[in-house]
Design a protein. Structure first.
Length: 457
């Protein structure tokens, strides 16, 4: 077909949109039929005609790979499409949607699918964080697409803006809440005064937390997403192992009260940023609970919602907000990717490729500077505050504010004790580590109750 000359009349809607029966058919394999997979199948069934017109080709689901063929998966997962032979299924597909999770067999199946010419859509952040480089290389080698919008922040359009919309800009920092489970727990602790354990139990009862919530509450889920965002934002391969990761299991009701007293709230933050130094540039990627001001936009993000800030040179500050998990929201992101890769297949092209030209090193956490909130239980006697301040000063840590509350008598053989809450100015992480080591052996410090970073000022 030759390009239309500029003098030709514009085509009519009917001329530009062939009848459905004339559109090419694209064979779709779905791996996994859980909450998200079944919702994707429902949307394909209900919106098939519209999707076909948007794509320029019809989507035909040729099979759904599952582990248990006998399990009832609802009306939108036809039993005749179920198969336990995922390998045979992906070899016959034009497009593969991977929603099974985990590393294996998902990794091997996606590599096999791409080797047989199929483009891939996945929501598997753990796989991308660990083996994204191998998947990208396979996509390049075989001339197919790898899309993963649903891997970060559910329904929120985030991957595409970072990878495409901001491709001409220079991103400096991405900061956000990217795990709904932990945000629900911390929000419940803030609103109700509940302990971590009670808030987690409620989250599990309501379906916001898994029966095994380890990946969420230990920060691993957020760290996988941080690695993906850092890789996209800074054109550098950043693996999950490169991300400093702390969860929320140590956050206490006392920490929540202290945050309120300081005009702050505690959120689990994923932070990736460009670090400019005299010798050049490096990147930082980290996940930890932090105190942010009550008037910060992220402070008002409640329940299981996600929100992400992007700071770029030309675009300035951008904020993305929405549902970060759940069947329908995640399926929306999956369908968006499916339409994109299907369009490319119909037109004989491919979408954006991996950009890793920068090859920046990742800064160890110990070399960064942070502001801290330190909670200590100490002996309530003259000279203790001076000793603590002196230790911090010795390591170059300056106190911003200090709060003390008497706790009364301790167990037999010990005098009265007090709780001290200290906020610091920015200091080296390694310096705070050294100060904490000193406090752990000090007779005046009865316990180190918590250590939190302060962000968002």
């Amino acid at each position: 077909m030759t390009p239309r000359e500029s003098s030709d009349p514009a085509p009519t809607a009917d001329a530009a949109t062939p009848p459905l029966e004339q559109l090419p058919t694209l064979r779709v394999a779905v791996l996994g039929a859980g909450t998200v997979g079944s919702e994707v199948l429902r949307l394909i069934q209900q919106q098939g005609k519209d999707l076909a017109q948007r794509i320029g080709g019809r989507l035909e689901v040729i099979g759904v790979a599952v582990r248990d063929l006998e399990r009832d998966r609802g009306e939108h997962v036809p039993t005749e499409l179920l198969t336990a032979d995922a390998s045979a299924l992906v070899r016959e597909a034009d497009l593969v949607v991977e929603l099974m999770g985990g590393i294996e067999p998902a990794r091997s199946l996606l590599l096999e699918a791409m080797a047989h010419g199929a483009s891939v859509v996945t929501a598997n952040k753990a796989l991308l964080a660990q083996d994204g480089a191998e998947l990208y290389e396979a996509a390049d080698e075989h001339g197919v697409d790898l899309y993963f919008e649903a891997a970060v922040a559910g329904a929120i359009p985030l991957v595409r803006p970072v990878r495409e919309s901001l491709a001409g800009d220079r991103i400096q920092r991405v900061l956000g809440i990217v795990n709904g489970t932990t945000n629900y727990i911390l929000d419940a602790m803030t609103r109700t005064g509940a302990s971590f354990e009670d808030a987690l139990a409620t989250a599990q009862e309501l379906g916001y937390a898994e029966a095994d919530p380890t990946a969420d509450v230990q920060g691993h889920d957020a760290a996988a997403k941080a690695s993906i965002l850092a890789s996209l934002a800074f054109h550098t391969r950043v693996r999950a192992a490169d991300v400093h990761c702390e969860g929320i299991t140590a956050v206490t009701a006392q920490d929540i009260i202290a945050a309120e007293r300081m005009g702050r709230v505690i959120k689990l933050l994923s932070i990736v940023e460009r670090i400019e130094e005299e010798a050049g540039e490096r990147v930082s990627a980290r996940v930890y609970p932090a105190l942010i001001p009550e008037n910060h936009p992220l402070a008002s993000v409640s329940e299981a919602f996600n929100a992400v800030f992007i700071e770029a040179d030309a675009a300035g500050s951008l904020m993305f907000y929405g549902q970060g998990a759940g069947g329908s929201p995640t399926a929306s992101a999956v369908l968006g990717d499916l339409v994109s890769v299907a369009r490319a297949r119909v037109r004989g092209g491919v979408g954006p490729r991996e950009s890793r030209y920068a090859g920046l090193d990742v800064v160890p956490l110990t070399e960064l500077r942070s502001a801290f909130y330190l909670s200590l239980t100490v002996e309530d006697r003259p000279g203790v505050l001076a000793e603590i301040a002196g230790t911090l000063s010795e390591y170059g840590i300056s106190i911003s504010t200090i709060h003390q509350e008497p706790l009364g008598a301790q167990e037999e053989g010990r005098g009265a004790s007090a709780h001290i809450g200290i906020s610091t100015h920015r200091a080296l992480e390694s310096a705070m580590d050294a100060a904490l080591d000193r406090f752990s052996t000090s007779a005046a410090v009865l316990s180190i109750d918590s250590i939190l970073r302060i962000e968002g000022d």
